[in-house]
Design a protein around this ligand. Structure first.
Ligand code: PNS
Length: 166
């Protein structure tokens, strides 16, 4: 199956899921009827949450989203896409700084799997500065991250950091 009828995969570390990711998911879902949000291991990043914890949080915040499935995989994204029969990968671009890495990944993935297309969407204007990394850092020092992550994530971050519940 080709084009917008096919299943798309939105892969990422989601460590943890932010409101920027949520915005991307909602918008991508308007384009693709079936969207798999796939938690992956990024060997370049040290994770705070286990894959299971990240999947749990995503399931909680996406439970009412029709057409959205949460999954996880290890290994190469191209192999996972093949396994799922998907030919589209969705990625978000926040700023120019994302471009270089995304450009390399998209080309490497295309080399490995010529039929796998990467579909880029610009992050919403309210979220271009939000990343899992900055959110974790602000949360660690007890800064205010309300509105930047879903409430369930806020609670899990506070628990992870040994802070009292809000
Ligand atoms: O949210 P992130 O950390 O930017 O997501 C990056 C991710 C997980 C999508 C990327 O590291 C990935 O696809 N990992 C799976 C392994 C793989 O296929 N690596 C080759 C990419 S060039």
């Amino acid at each position: 199956m080709d084009g917008i009828d096919s299943m798309a995969i939105y892969p990422g570390s989601f460590d943890p899921v932010t409101c920027g990711h949520m915005d991307m998911i909602h918008r991508a879902r308007k384009v693709f009827p079936r969207l798999v949000v796939a938690v992956a291991i990024n060997i370049r990043k040290k994770a705070m949450f286990t894959v299971d914890e990240r999947v749990d949080m995503l399931n909680e915040v996406l439970c009412d989203q029709q057409g959205v499935e949460v999954d996880s995989f290890s290994g190469l994204l191209v192999d996972y896409a093949k396994l799922r029969g998907a030919n589209i990968v969705v990625r978000g671009l926040r700023a120019l700084s994302d471009f270089e890495n995304e450009f390399q990944m998209a080309h490497m993935n295309r080399r490995l799997a010529p039929n796998l297309e990467t579909f880029f969407m610009m992050t919403g204007q309210d979220h271009f500065y939000v990343s899992s990394q900055t959110v974790k850092e602000v949360a660690y020092f007890d800064g205010d991250i309300s509105g930047l992550v879903p409430d369930v994530v806020l609670r899990r971050l506070r628990a992870k950091n040994g802070q009292s519940p809000v």
